[in-house]
Design a binder for this molecule. Structure first.
Ligand code: GLP
Length: 242
């Protein structure tokens, strides 16, 4: 695992955008793994700037999202499918039908999860997976206790995650859905390059476990220690317990 500590989130966003730009220059039809949450926002802003400067096109790219809330209406602003369109894919030339996410409105959840795994495999797998990390060490929505061998499935969100994400739901943790569909840890591990971004003191404990802790389902991101190509980009606050 390569750990890179940079002065701030903007600097980190530039480095991550370089990784995207190099990949898309080599392979315009690359498969991108997109994350929601606030950590990747500066990266998306930088990618939009480079698109506007004619440095990057997403016209032939494909994208798979990490996770989705269960039970939000199709037009709910916090449905991750809508969040990613607002934050990124709708601001560049990404074809809307090339952006995929788990179907949080499905009536047959196991079938929807299996179909999502098939879609990722059918696209040839994810070339570059962008990740944030939860304060409890989750990646995507693989909460503590998630199997390191897990695939896309339904999960219950912890109280901690619902409190962390309440800021997107008017500050009310009870307004945050209780369930989600999420790529599993093994799904994420099958991407060819993992790039995790963490900034701020709230991530310091999770980053400490991610980089220095033993691999454990209780700190799910630690599974990344086994990935042959994982890059972790941190600001000094997130790196303060290393
Ligand atoms: C959410 C998302 C994760 C994200 C994490 C951290 O729960 N499902 O993909 O990495 O929160 O979010 P943030 O970047 O806003 O701190």
């Amino acid at each position: 695992m390569e750990v890179v500590i940079r002065p701030d989130g903007e600097d980190i966003a530039g480095i991550v955008a370089d990784v995207f730009e190099r990949l898309l220059t080599d392979r315009p039809d690359a498969v991108l793994g997109l994350a929601t949450g606030s950590s990747p926002l500066a990266v998306y802003d930088e990618l939009v700037r480079r698109h506007e400067a004619d440095r990057i096109t997403f016209a032939r790219a494909r994208a798979f999202m990490l996770d989705e809330y269960v039970g939000l209406a199709a037009d709910h602003p916090e449905r991750y499918r809508n969040v990613i369109e607002r934050a990124f894919t709708g601001r560049v030339d990404f074809p809307p039908d090339a952006v995929h996410g788990p179907d949080g409105a499905a009536t047959d959840i196991p079938a929807a999860c299996a179909a999502y795994e098939d879609a990722i495999a059918g696209a040839g797998g994810v070339d570059l997976q962008l990740l944030g990390i939860g304060s409890d060490g989750h990646i995507a929505f693989n909460e503590p206790g998630s199997s390191l061998a897990s695939r896309t499935r339904i999960k219950t969100l912890t109280r901690q995650t619902r409190e962390d994400n309440a800021r997107f739901f008017g500050g009310d943790p009870d307004a945050v859905p209780h369930h989600c569909l999420t790529q599993g840890l093994a799904t994420i591990m099958s991407a060819r390059h993992l790039v995790l971004v963490a900034t701020g003191p709230g991530k310091a404990e999770a980053v400490h476990h991610l980089v220095e802790g033993p691999v454990s389902a209780m700190w799910p991101a630690t599974v990344m220690q086994h990935h042959p190509r994982a890059t972790v980009l941190l600001d000094p606050a997130a790196a303060s317990r290393l």
